[in-house]
Design a protein around this ligand. Structure first.
Ligand SMILES: Nc1nc2c(c(=O)[nH]1)N[C@H]1C(S)=C(S)[C@@H](COP(=O)(O)OP(=O)(O)OC[C@H]3O[C@@H](n4cnc5c(=O)[nH]c(N)nc54)[C@H](O)[C@@H]3O)O[C@H]1N2
Ligand SMILES: Nc1nc2c(c(=O)[nH]1)N[C@H]1C(S)=C(S)[C@@H](COP(=O)(O)OP(=O)(O)OC[C@H]3O[C@@H](n4cnc5c(=O)[nH]c(N)nc54)[C@H](O)[C@@H]3O)O[C@H]1N2
Ligand code: SF4
Ligand SMILES: [Mo]
Length: 725
């Protein structure tokens, strides 16, 4: 028997842990962590061990291109060849372009940490469309935009393990990021102080020296108050601040509006704890912060992140050992986001300016934005209203937008309204179900890639023959490009590759290393310098950290961080609870794994976490189903009670992404069990990033009569028996 151990990298999620894949005669036996990988040092999670193997030969896998038969959503498809599919898609794109122009074709992709982000953006640009949707408006978009505006593009990376003080805000790494969890634990074992800011008593909060539980969405007031204490008690790193920061006096004045007594009133955190947190963070060096998803998709997400970033700069905790690092690049390496911004892969400015959302959210969609992505809810609205102009075709890849965009009913209506809808996926999701063409996608064991994780170029290796006729995202984009070119539909030639390997070689061509140099160990560690800002400053117009963002001021915004009241706080009669969405759990990833036995053994129902006293008040028992409604949600959804004292009595919390592959309705039960059906996508946005306020929403709940819950009979088996391998 020929057994090989292949060093690779898991990209089941963006954490990117180094892996060792055990392969016997092309069969993948086992996947585990790679102790030698400097980024992950052996850390690996249950998803990485199980999901790629379960997905590879899953009976639900899509192996061939499919064309819709019958009405959209009827679920009837027939197998076609790649040539038939791409030719027909190109012809139909041609019809849309002729009537409405290239900009009426949009794309949706999950994010820019994968090559599918590049494939999607460039394919659209070839057609003359800037309308590239990413999920980061719901993800780390606010934090990334804040980083761009202030100059502090900070990730702790492996410095986390060396920190003496760690400030964790809105992040539960024991559920969401195994590497950060491992690094935090080792820092703590070595005596580091830990401050955790989360309304929920998470696992990490339980081991904190100081746990601050703000009212959801009030973190900016907390951060500004900590800034105030640091100024008042003269705890700043005077040399760093005077040399490398601007807007210090303005920040001092703004923070003075939030003395601890005021911030305590807003956040519900005792005044004394706010003061202690500020002192602990300023006096225990080196220190770093871990800002998480909990402060994104908030009323003021960008400015909240700017306020916490200010704490790093004021204390000089930037790009030094044990502090937040500036991102380290390997000279010459082309990482995914660089393609988005490189003029060589761009369109003329007049075409780029047509991007939907560019006028309202220039820092999300404009030329100086982090991702140059269009504003998703505005695209959904354009499909439904033809305003600001018609969007008639959509290509979605690596994203399950029916299940992961708020306002599900609108998303579904928009997909029905399209002239053409194409989905690339490895299985028939509720999104793919509505497609005209479904294109079969490789899973991670069948593809290769290179990308940067911390201070390594990492490789994902192809370890098994491809199933059926699947292609990688880059290959699908190439096939579509060729078909479009044959019909004379390419406005620009922006994809100079004819194979996936050519794309990888292009990423590496100016580095002096080859793909083989990276695959030998699965990673290539490159040298880096601390205090890189000493060579050229920070990435802002002034080359300094800008507490007062000049770009925001120039665009007419308040350039200083500030607190803005969340929407739920305005009076909403009858909606007395706060619903936190998107709580991560180890065995689930967004909308994935709903048909993986290993995952269902751990969690097979959508849960609503609530305090036992809250449950009692509402007449809800331990095994009950609960209905949840929000003021602007289109309908109620049903979630199963999970009693927990980790939440205060006024907050309930749930995950996201639910659907049941065995439900026969076109939405696969998503309209019944997925929280996105109960919350709207806007109109309450972060004014800078346009992120819809979907993390914390006012809600009301009640005990549901099982007889009223659609599809419960169809999922009854699923609740006890796992569906498949
Ligand atoms: N297992 C698993 N891991 C994942 C994912 C997954 O689906 N499953 N998804 C991946 C992705 S794409 C992402 S973006 C990350 C997200 O993950 P992280 O950025 O690591 O954040 P979470 O772990 O989701 O934790 C968010 C925390 O914020 C808290 N919170 C909610 N509202 C507020 C608030 O107003 N203020 C504060 N301070 N806290 C608040 C919640 O209680 C929760 O504990 O996880 C990644 N990792
Ligand atoms: N209410 C609420 N909504 C949220 C969030 C929340 O916390 N609350 N979180 C948001 C966040 S942080 C995120 S990142 C998004 C996630 O939203 P999505 O990205 O839509 O979530 P996934 O379930 O990971 O969907 C990925 C889909 O692509 C397929 N797929 C996986 N790998 C590949 C690949 O390599 N190529 C292709 N073509 N397809 C692939 C999978 O089968 C799956 O169907 O959801 C967001 N939505
Ligand atoms: S955290 Fe888990 S799923 Fe994500 S990359 Fe690491 S092993 Fe893979
Ligand atoms: Mo995300």
């Amino acid at each position: 028997m020929d057994t090989r151990l292949v060093p690779s990298t898991c990209k089941e999620c963006y954490v990117g842990c180094g892996s060792i894949i055990q392969v016997q005669n092309d069969r993948v036996l086992r996947i585990g962590g790679n102790q030698g990988n400097p980024h992950s040092k052996g850390a690996f999670c249950i998803k990485g061990m199980n999901a790629p193997i379960a997905a590879l030969d899953h009976p639900d896998r899509i192996l061939y291109p499919l064309r819709r038969m019958g009405e959209r959503g009827e679920g009837r498809f027939e197998r076609v060849s790649w040539d038939e599919a791409t030719d027909a898609i190109a012809r139909r794109i041609g019809e849309v372009v002729e009537k409405h122009g290239g900009r009426s074709i949009a794309g949706a992709v999950s994010n820019q940490f994968y090559d599918r982000g590049v494939a999607m953006a460039l394919l659209l640009r070839c057609l003359g469309s800037p309308n590239y949707m990413i999920n980061q408006d719901l993800c780390q978009g606010c934090r990334s935009t804040a980083a761009l505006l202030s100059g502090i593009t900070a990730h702790a990376g492996n410095e986390l393990g060396k920190a003496r003080c760690i400030l964790v805000v809105g992040k539960s790494p024991s559920d969401s990021n195994i590497i950060e969890w491992m690094n935090t634990k080792s820092a703590k074992t070595a005596g580091a102080k830990l401050i955790v800011v989360d309304p929920r008593r998470t696992t990490i909060a339980q081991s904190a020296d100081l746990w601050l539980a703000p009212r959801p969405g009030t973190d900016a007031a907390l951060a500004l108050s900590m800034v105030h204490v640091i100024f008042e008690e003269q705890l700043t790193d005077v040399e760093f601040v005077s040399k490398w920061c601007t807007g210090t006096d303005e920040l001092r004045s703004r923070a003075a509006m939030y003395p601890p007594a005021v911030a305590a009133e807003i956040t519900g955190i005792p005044q004394h704890d706010i003061e202690s947190a500020a002192r602990m963070f300023a006096l225990t060096k080196p220190g770093c912060s871990l800002l998480g998803h909990g402060i994104d998709a908030q009323a003021n997400g960008v400015q909240t992140a700017m306020a916490f970033n200010a704490l790093l700069a004021l204390t000089g905790n930037i790009d030094r050992p044990g502090t937040n690092r500036l991102p380290k690049q390997f000279r010459g390496f082309r990482e995914y986001n660089s393609f988005i911004h490189d003029p060589a892969f761009g369109m003329p400015a007049d075409k780029e300016r047509e991007i939907i959302g560019g006028d309202e959210f220039p820092f999300w969609s404009g030329p100086h934005s982090w991702g140059k992505a269009c504003h998703n809810p505005s695209v959904i609205s354009a499909i439904l209203t033809n305003k600001p102009y018609p969007v008639k075709a959509l290509y979605a890849s690596g994203v399950n937008i029916v299940c992961t965009y708020p306002g599900m009913q609108n998303t579904i209506a928009a997909l029905h309204a399209l002239d053409l809808f194409i989905v690339a996926t490895d299985q028939m999701t509720p999104t793919a179900q509505l497609a005209d063409y479904v294109l079969p996608k490789t899973t991670q064991l069948e593809e290769e890639a290179v990308f940067i994780e911390d201070t390594c170029v990492c490789a994902m290796q192809r370890v098994t023959p491809r199933r059926g006729e699947v292609k990688s995202d880059i290959e699908i984009a190439i096939a579509l490009r060729d078909a479009l070119r044959r019909k004379g539909l390419l406005q620009f030639e922006l994809m100079p590759w004819d194979s996936h390997r050519e794309f990888i070689d292009f990423q590496l061509k100016d580095t002096g290393i080859s793909f083989e140099d990276v695959t030998a160990k699965g990673y290539y560690e490159f040298p880096f310098d601390y205090e890189a800002f000493k060579d050229g400053g920070f990435n802002t117009p002034s080359r300094k950290i800008e507490f007062l963002s000049s770009r925001l001021v120039d665009a007419g915004y308040d350039g200083l961080p500030d607190y803005r009241q969340p929407d739920y706080a305005t009076k909403k009669d009858g909606y007395g609870l706060i619903l936190v969405t998107g709580i991560r759990t180890m065995a689930l990833h967004h909308s994935r794994f709903r048909n993986h036995a290993w995952s269902r053994k751990i969690q097979n129902v959508p849960e609503l976490r609530l305090h036992p006293a809250t449950a009692e008040r509402h007449g809800i028992g331990a095994n009950d189903w609960i209905w949840v409604e929000t003021p602007r949600g289109a309908s109620r959804v049903y979630l199963k009670a999970k009693m927990t004292e980790e939440l205060p009595e006024n907050i309930v919390a749930t995950g996201m992404g639910w659907w049941f592959p065995e439900v026969t309705a076109p939405d696969r039960g998503a309209l019944t069990f997925n929280v996105e059906a109960a919350i709207p996508y806007g109109p309450h946005w972060d004014p800078i990033s346009g992120s819809s306020e979907s993390r914390n929403v006012a809600c009301r709940i009640g005990r549901a009569d099982p007889g009223d819950i659609p599809h419960l009979d169809e999922i009854a088996n699923a609740l006890t028996v796992a569906r498949s391998v």
